[in-house]
Design a protein around this ligand. Structure first.
Ligand code: ADP
Length: 271
C-alpha cells in the first residue's frame, strides 16, 4: 500500500505531535501519542482503528472540543486555541444533538443565531439547504416526526448552514439502518464534492471508509499512533454497486482489516 503519495492540494488541517493523556499519576491513560497528520483542502479522510483506540478523542482534539495534552492542530496554518467557526461537527447520536422541542428550521439556524445573525436572515438559508440534503418542505416539522435517517440529514444541514471549510463527523451513520446508511454516504460524498469541503470522518465500518475516502488513516492502540495512511485511489465518482465490486475495493478492505487486527492484538506500549 502506498504510504507516501499526498494529494497536490494545500494543507487545510495540520496535526503536529499531538498527544492526549486522560487523568494523571497512577490513573493516567495515555490514549494518543505523537499524532502527525495533514488533511488537504477538499479531501475526504476517514479515521479507522480498533475500538477504544482513541478515534473520538482525536476528533475532539481536532475540533478543540478538548485540548490535547501536547501538540497542536492548525487550520490554514493558524494554530487553534478553541473551536473554529470554519469547522462543523456531526455526531452519531442525532436524537441527542437535535433539540426535540424546536422545529427543523429552528434547529438548523441555531449556529447562525449563536453568531448573532438575525432570525429572519438565517431562515432564508434553510429551505435551499433542506433541498440539498433531500428534505424539502420539512422546515416546520419537529425532529420526532422524522425517521432516524431524516433526523441525521437535519443534523448535517445544521452543520452546513455556516458553510464550513471542514466537516468533522463522528460515526455519523452508526445508528442508521443499512439501506439509509448507503444513501447518507452518497449524500455526504456529493455534498463534499459540490462544496469542495474537507471532511474527516470516524467510522468502525471498513467498507464505509473505503467507499467514502480519498485517504484512510489507520490508528494503532495502547496508545494510538498513526499506524498507516492508505491512499484509496478509487476516483472521484463512486457508486454503491460498481465501486464495491472493484478488485481494488476488496484489496483495500482486506488490507485495512489486517492492519486493524494487528493493532488490536498488540499489547500496551510501555510509557
Ligand atoms: P474510540 O473512539 O477509538 O473507540 P475513544 O477515543 O472513545 O476511542 O476512547 C479511547 C480511550 O480513552 C478509551 O480507553 C476510553 O476509555 C478513554 N476515554 C475516552 N474519553 C474519556 C474521558 N472523557 N475521560 C477519560 N477517559 C476517556
Amino acid at each position: 500500500m502506498n504510504l507516501t503519495q499526498k494529494p497536490d492540494r494545500p494543507v487545510r488541517l495540520a496535526v503536529r505531535g499531538l498527544s492526549k493523556t486522560y487523568g494523571t499519576g497512577a490513573q493516567a491513560n495515555r490514549v494518543l501519542v505523537d499524532i502527525n497528520l495533514d488533511v488537504h483542502e477538499g479531501e475526504f479522510v476517514c479515521l479507522v482503528g480498533p475500538s477504544g483506540a482513541g478515534k473520538t478523542t482525536l476528533l475532539r482534539c481536532l475540533t478543540s472540543l478538548m485540548p490535547p495534552t501536547s501538540g497542536t492542530v492548525a487550520l490554514d496554518d493558524k494554530v487553534l486555541n478553541g473551536p473554529s467557526e470554519q469547522i462543523s461537527i456531526v455526531f452519531q447520536e442525532y436524537t441527542r444533538s437535535l433539540l426535540p422541542w424546536m422545529t427543523v428550521e429552528a434547529n438548523i439556524i441555531l449556529p447562525l443565531q449563536a453568531r448573532g445573525i438575525p432570525k429572519k436572515e438565517a431562515t432564508t438559508r434553510v429551505e435551499p439547504l433542506l433541498h440539498s440534503v433531500g428534505l424539502p418542505g420539512t422546515a416546520r416539522k419537529y425532529p420526532w416526526q422524522l425517521s432516524g435517517g431524516m433526523q441525521q440529514r437535519v443534523a448535517i444541514a445544521r452543520a452546513l448552514i455556516t458553510e464550513p471549510e471542514v466537516l468533522v463527523m463522528d460515526e455519523p451513520f452508526a445508528s442508521i439502518d443499512a439501506q439509509t446508511r448507503l444513501e447518507l454516504e452518497d449524500l455526504t460524498r456529493n455534498l463534499q464534492q459540490e462544496r469542495s469541503m474537507t471532511v474527516v470522518l470516524v467510522t468502525h465500518d471498513i467498507d464505509e471508509a473505503v467507499y467514502l475516502s480519498d485517504r484512510i488513516v489507520v490508528l494503532s492502540k495502547n496508545p494510538a499512533t498513526v499506524q498507516e495512511i492508505v491512499e484509496v485511489g478509487l476516483g472521484d465518482t463512486r457508486d454503491q454497486i460498481t465501486t464495491r465490486e472493484e478488485h481494488r475495493f476488496a484489496e483495500l478492505r482486506s488490507h485495512i482489516l489486517g492492519q486493524i487486527r494487528a493493532a488490536q492484538s498488540r499489547g500496551p506500549v510501555p510509557a
